[in-house]
Each structure stands twice: as structure tokens, then as C-alpha cells.
Design a protein. Structure first.
Length: 247
């Protein structure tokens, strides 16, 4: 939590700097209130790496940003399609999403892994192998884990349990109510550092790896907004890379 508090101090400085010339406000949909080290709700205020990245990108720009907490990715995306939320973060590109939102340039990469309880013994080669053997897997509702997962969830719907919060998935795993969970590498490392019952499944390859973008609602943003946001991202590439390099 020390690192998260440090980010919080930076956010206050960056927000006050960026808000002096606010020409347009983006309401940002956060899909989780506790997704460390990316997002943590501290007394109603968002802190963490994703929030820091947001302020890094927009500090000193004509744009202001305000984070709103929503229950899950699916709900956050619906709010964007309706124009009630302007911006989404931590988003993988899909053609279906692109029908409703503009995607910015990538501002970080993401690697998703399987995690398990330390006391359980498994022999699985990958996600598909785990499902074929009858094991259960918890994942975040509305998230995109790659084409293979999209295919597998239609074949094994009873074995994939969707939740709306990372802490719920890790709690299910700690109580051994599911065999595996799918989670981002930095999030997994954080929860492992807080628990002696969880480990990454090292016998498998990663579940999915890809670039991460901001999503701008087509109802409230223009292509010029996308161009300007991309310029801001490119101007902060070095700082963003350093921010997301490790836990």
C-alpha cells in the first residue's frame, strides 16, 4: 500500500495542474474498486497505476478527467455505448468494441496468467487443457482474454465463473472454490505478495498477451479528440513504460 499512497500524492499535483485550462471533461469508467496495483478506491478517490497513467497523459492538456467507479467491465462498456461515460481504460482492442468506441494508441502491455492455490496439485499444459480436464476457472465479467478464451467459454460455460471484482476471484481461489483464476500479471504479483496460499501456474504459457488502450465513446468524442489523446500518449511513452514496468 505504500506505493499506492505515493501515487495518490502525485495524482493530486497532476490533477490540479491539468485542471487550470479545462476545455473538455472526460468521465472515466473504472471497472473495479480494488484492482491493485492498477486501481484502488481510497475514501472514494481512485488511486493506483492506471490512475497515475491517466494523469500522466492528461496533465497540462485541455482535457480534465474524473474517475467514476462501476461494478465491472461489462457495465462500464455499456455506459460508454450510451454516452454516459466518455473514457474507458485498461482496454484490449476488439472489433465488437470498436463499433461503439474509438481506441487510442497503446499506453501499456498486458499479460494474463493462470493462478492456483498452493496446496493443490495440477498437471495442466494451458487453459484449454485445464478446462478439458474438468477444472473450474474464474474470470472477470466483460473482459477480453483473447480469441482462444472467447471460443472456450462457449464450449465450457459451466466451468467458467465470472465475477465483477479481482478480490472476489482471489477469495474464491483462497477458499478453493475454484481451481484457477485468470488475472493480469502485476495484479497476480500483488495478491501473491499479500497471501501465502496463491501462486502462478508455471507449467502453462500465458493465457493472453496484448496491447492496452484507452476507449473514447463515439457518442461524446470526436476523431480530433482521438488524435489529440494519441499525441499526449506518445509524448509520455517513457514515463508510462517506467510506471508499468513492475509492481
Amino acid at each position: 500500500m505504500h506505493r499506492l499512497k505515493k501515487y495518490g500524492v502525485y495524482l493530486l499535483v497532476a490533477l490540479s495542474f491539468g485542471s487550470t485550462a479545462c476545455e473538455k471533461r472526460f468521465f472515466v469508467a473504472s471497472h473495479d474498486t480494488y484492482w491493485p496495483p492498477y486501481v484502488v478506491n481510497v475514501d472514494g478517490h481512485a488511486q493506483g497505476k492506471e490512475v497515475t497513467a491517466l494523469w500522466l497523459i492528461f496533465a497540462g492538456s485541455p482535457y480534465c478527467v474524473q474517475v467514476e467507479f462501476l461494478p465491472n467491465t461489462e457495465r462500464a462498456f455499456v455506459e460508454q455505448t450510451k454516452g454516459r461515460m466518455d473514457l474507458g481504460w485498461a482496454a484490449s482492442f476488439t472489433e465488437k468494441r470498436a463499433e461503439h468506441v474509438y481506441f487510442s494508441d497503446s499506453y501499456r502491455n498486458e499479460v494474463m496468467w493462470l493462478y492456483q492455490h498452493k496446496n493443490k496439485q495440477y498437471n495442466v499444459k494451458n487453459l484449454q487443457d485445464a478446462l478439458e480436464q474438468g477444472y473450474t476457472v474464474a474470470a472477470h465479467v466483460g473482459s477480453y482474454y483473447g480469441e482462444q478464451f472467447e471460443h472456450l467459454k462457449s464450449i465450457y460455460p459451466k466451468q467458467i465463473i465470472f465475477t465483477g471484482a479481482a478480490k472476489t476471484r482471489f477469495a474464491l481461489l483462497a477458499k478453493q472454490r475454484v481451481d484457477f483464476i485468470i488475472e493480469d500479471q502485476l495484479v497476480g504479483e500483488y495478491f501473491i505478495s499479500q497471501s501465502n496460499t496463491i501462486k502462478r501456474v508455471n507449467t502453462t504459457t500465458y493465457v493472453n498477451k496484448g496491447s492496452i488502450h484507452l476507449m473514447l465513446s463515439k457518442n461524446t468524442s470526436t476523431m480530433q479528440d482521438v488524435i489529440e489523446v494519441n499525441k499526449l500518449i506518445q509524448s509520455r511513452k517513457a514515463q508510462l513504460a517506467e510506471l508499468f514496468e513492475k509492481l
